[in-house]
Ligand binder design. Structure first.
Ligand SMILES: [Zn+2]
Length: 444
């Protein structure tokens, strides 16, 4: 487990937050061979050909799984603050997405992936944009993060012409991306991503529904983020978003619904019965004034809820620590301090996310047989000592400053708090320059 994933490494002497079905915490070692976890127990004997990494006093946990991210938006961080969702989209995000070229998409992807890795995320579900999705996939793959990627599908809106495509051509292109993805590492998957009902024609949604069923592809979309979106959907289609997806036969375990803030009781029942997953983005929901998703009600109904930071343009960071903390606090703020306890939030941030993305057998927990996607946290920081109960310390006290090592598929992508898969200085410089060019092109 050096720069590649060959060989064997023993992470020795940590507190292992396994996130297995029992939420077991093991004081001991994690053995990784050829990118796979082969043992989790105390006092493993050390063989000569192991690389031994001393993690005593540290927390060893599965890397975070972020289920809703827009890597293409990282370049307009801090450039779209204090706006409502529809103004944020039409005045900033759509013009800037339309102005992207290959070079700016590449810089945006590199900045976003670097931030995700340095804050402990090892798997993401990216929504992509209309053009240059292949560049996002290529650059994320080069950096070594695991992910599900999509070409954004939009055909029916008042935004820039560059973001409007013929639905048949767009879906054909999205399917070509899926069939052309011959990623030998197994790190990259492809999904279908109609942005939301409001920017879609019925023809586009029908094509997506059929393609998803025929090819077994996951569908990633925004759903009921705020009142305006629900109203616009009713105006166009005569029904609310969940009923629209239900009528198209899209509801099922392959459907990934970002936000679900404005969801009524009937819709909760539909989502629960179908096995669709909710991608909860608490910070973006607060910042855009969208509201508070009924997370405890969803959990009571057995709905799988996962976490994502959405984009840097509406958050403005991509750290899972922020999402975990805000998810928990938003449920407690109504006077229920016992709501959404830390270990439950950690499950949302790891194994539940992996299961939602169809990767539950690959990642999301530290168990023999899974790929080695591991984040090591060092609690010895002024922000997080003294450490109390392990899960609570991670969720409520820690942050990116505690991330010591990040391993994806057996490879150290972050070591001793530094990015190893690329030069951080180069990424920052490229992002600043690309952001200027992009805003000039968008005339913003
Ligand atoms: Zn989003």
């Amino acid at each position: 487990m050096s720069s590649d994933n060959a060989g064997a490494t023993l992470l020795k002497g940590g507190t292992v937050l396994t996130m297995d079905s029992e939420d077991s915490i093991v004081e001991g070692d994690v053995l990784v061979e050829d990118g796979r976890i082969v043992g989790v127990r105390s006092g493993m004997s050390i063989l000569n050909d192991f690389e031994v990494v001393d993690v005593s006093g540290m927390i060893v946990m599965p890397g975070f799984v972020q289920t809703h991210v827009h890597l293409c938006q990282t370049l307009w961080r801090s450039f779209a603050d204090d706006m409502t969702l529809m103004d944020w989209l039409t005045e900033r995000t759509w013009p800037l997405e339309a102005a992207h070229d290959e070079a700016t998409i590449r810089a945006s992807t590199r900045l976003g992936v670097a931030e995700l890795l340095l804050s402990g995320t090892t798997t993401l579900n990216d929504m992509g944009t209309v053009r240059h999705t292949d560049v996002i996939v290529e650059e994320a793959g080069r950096l070594g993060i695991r992910g599900l990627f999509s070409k954004m599908l939009m055909d029916n809106h008042d935004g820039p012409e560059a973001l409007r495509e013929d639905p048949d051509t767009a879906v054909t292109e999205a399917l070509a991306l899926a069939s052309g993805s011959t990623d030998p590492s197994g790190l990259i998957g492809i999904a279908l991503a109609p942005r939301f009902a409001v920017s879609s024609s019925m023809r586009l949604l029908e094509l997506v529904a059929r393609a998803s069923q025929d090819k077994g592809l996951m569908v990633h979309t925004h759903c009921s983020e705020n009142d305006d979106e629900v109203e616009l959907t009713v105006d166009r289609f005569g029904v609310r978003p969940v009923a629209l997806f239900e009528g198209l036969g899209m509801m099922g375990p392959n459907l990934l619904l970002a936000h679900c803030v404005k969801i009524d009781d009937r819709e909760l029942g539909v989502i629960s019965d179908s096995g669709a997953s909710v991608l909860h983005c608490p910070t973006a929901n607060m910042k855009l004034g969208s509201g508070i998703a009924p997370v405890t009600g969803m959990l009571d109904r057995g709905i799988r809820i996962t976490l994502g930071s959405d984009g840097a343009a509406c958050n403005n960071n991509l750290s899972m620590f922020r999402e975990m903390r805000n998810a928990a606090l938003l449920q407690k703020v109504r006077g229920e301090p016992e709501a959404l306890p830390a270990m439950r939030v950690l499950r949302m941030a790891t194994i539940d996310g992996a299961m939602a993305l169809g990767m539950g057998d690959l990642t999301g927990s530290i168990e023999p047989g899974k790929r080695a996607d591991i984040t090591v946290l060092d609690p010895n920081n002024v922000c997080s000592v003294p450490m109390g109960e392990t899960a609570g310390s991670v969720v409520f006290s820690m942050g990116p400053q505690n991330v010591k090592h990040v391993v994806v598929d057996g490879a150290f992508l972050v070591r001793d708090g530094r990015l190893r898969c690329a030069d951080e200085g180069d990424i920052v410089h490229e992002a600043i320059e690309a952001s200027k060019r992009l805003k000039d092109r968008a005339q913003l």
